[in-house]
Design a protein around this ligand. Structure first.
Ligand SMILES: Nc1ncnc2c1ncn2[C@@H]1O[C@H](COP(=O)(O)OP(=O)(O)OP(=O)(O)O)[C@@H](O)[C@H]1O
Ligand SMILES: [Mg+2]
Length: 291
């Protein structure tokens, strides 16, 4: 029995296991407890620079919790996270972002009453040199006004590259679901990250949008010189785009390797089919591709 994806891994993709590549992110023996519940248990993994790594596992396996630990939303009960050799553990989310990591959320988090362009500009302000209030007194701070214009122009450029330029003036909540996911990615890119964490980007997308997501994620990595960590339930996306995959089950790493190995791994198949695994939520229906 295999995890049937309908896709073969793209030929020519290197394994991202780390051999011969420098690890940009290192997670060392991370455990996170919520009271009596161990959401992540003794996780130790490394992400090679430039790789697209997948993080999969049944609902409640601890995937989003790993993102929350890496990006500073949760402090691990035990263990450490380092990025380019610098410890991130204990840093608040905005400091982690300044260090070069940006994320999207499983439940899209946009400023719903702001325009599409404003949402991206908010991301860009992470790198702003001047203070926002300086733009209110332009005679005293002409540089701040110039910088604001640069941010506007670079945010428009990002929207163009992500196919959202025509919607720049629209209120973000008016966008279709798939476009909101792309907007969230645009906002993350505006922070000029080196490392992008995507939490279920295909959730809620229609089949055509999720098929396009494969090429889109690869282009993101190449065009923006990124390392990408991807949580996704859609096996076609995971197996099609990831060079290396980690599998979590009940907080523990039960397998890691290239897609061709993972889809045949009996422990992985068991974890997805196990009786205790909750059913995939409706938006994942049909996307698990398990036979
Ligand atoms: N803030 C929290 N407080 C208490 N328990 C939590 C909290 N966040 C997550 N958990 C629990 O930790 C476990 C792992 O949750 P997590 O959201 O990381 O799973 P996941 O793998 O992302 O699942 P899904 O595929 O459904 O998104 C679950 O049992 C969840 O209920
Ligand atoms: Mg999750």
């Amino acid at each position: 029995m295999t995890l049937e994806t309908g896709l073969e891994p793209e030929s020519g993709l290197e394994s991202g296991s780390g051999s011969g590549k420098n690890a940009i992110l290192e997670i060392e023996d991370v455990t996170l407890r919520f009271g009596g519940l161990v959401a992540v248990s003794g996780l130790s993994v490394r992400v090679p620079e430039g790789a697209i790594t997948g993080l999969i596992g049944p609902n409640g396996a601890g995937k989003t919790t790993v993102f929350n630990v890496v990006t500073g939303f949760y402090r691990p009960t035990q263990g450490s996270v380092s990025f380019r050799g610098r410890t991130l553990t204990g840093l608040p989310p905005h400091k982690v972002c300044e260090a070069g990591l940006a994320r999207t959320f499983q439940n899209i988090r946009l400023f719903h009453n702001e325009t599409v362009l404003e949402n991206v500009m908010i991301g860009a302000h992470v790198r702003q040199r001047g203070k926002w209030w300086q733009t209110l007194v332009p005679f005293a701070f002409p540089g701040a006004l110039r910088e604001e214009e640069e941010i506007r122009a670079s945010s428009m450029e990002l929207l163009s590259r992500l196919g959202l330029a025509a919607q720049a003036g629209a209120v973000s909540s008016s966008l279709p679901y798939g476009a909101q996911r792309r907007l969230e990615i645009a906002r993350a890119l505006a922070t000029r990250p080196k490392f992008l964490l995507l939490d279920e980007p295909a959730a809620g997308m229609n089949p055509q949008e999720s098929a396009e997501l494969l090429g889109f994620i690869r282009r993101l990595r190449d065009d923006f010189d990124l390392t990408i960590l991807l949580i996704e339930h859609d096996m076609k996306v995971v197996m099609g785009v990831c060079e290396h995959i980690w599998v979590l089950d009940r907080g523990m790493l039960i397998a890691e390797g290239p897609p061709a190995e993972i889809r045949l791994n009996p422990r992985v198949v068991e974890a997805y089919l196990g009786k205790d695994v909750p059913a995939a939520p409706p938006e994942h229906a049909g996307a698990w591709g398990i036979e």
